[in-house]
Design a protein around this ligand. Sequence first.
Ligand SMILES: [Zn+2]
Length: 224
Amino acid sequence: MAELNLVLMGPPGAGKGTQAERLVDDFDLPYYATGDILRQAVKDGSALGREAKQYMDRGDLVPDDLICRVIMERLDSEEAADGFLLDGFPRTVRQAETLDEALEERGRELSAALLIDAPDEEVIRRLSGRRICVKNQHLYHVEFDPPKTEGVCDQDGSGLVQREDDKPETVKKRLDVYHDQTEPLIESYEGKALLRRFDGTRSADEVHAHIRATLATLRLEAEL
Ligand SMILES: [Zn+2]
């Protein structure tokens, strides 16, 4: 079977996590979130993990080439032999080049970059509407999933608050960083005909059906 080597991209709040879970089920692909992989490597105390920890302890960014080596360790494993779903790396054109080179050395290449897109105002609306209960972290949304009584948790009666990460000013800052880093990357993948765009404002079911159909076609084409 043709490999499905996938990169997942998109702004926060566009539904990447939900779609990733479904794709992992559909196509039986291992899912690698970069942050988790790095933390795991550090926790395991592997050679690369210890190297990464030195940067983290100093509060420095882990260099692209080191992150890439940590990721490649996973992509080289048996479970990723038929493909993978990578989330959170690459974020920049430089990182994408590093990944491309590493894959090329192994005679592999990306199959597609999946972009689940949503306009900024929609992301802000989704994220800034989230509320969380202070006692048990139950989640609500003022618009899509409101509690029966405003500001009060249905399940335990405790107060609902907005997380710092979900405040509109914080979301705007995250989106600015996202756009600065990712737009050149999106253009680069578009130039290589690897980009597949999905409308994250549609329902999760619709987005899922669209991605599934796209990947099924991709796999068929690769096998021809
Ligand atoms: Zn609660």
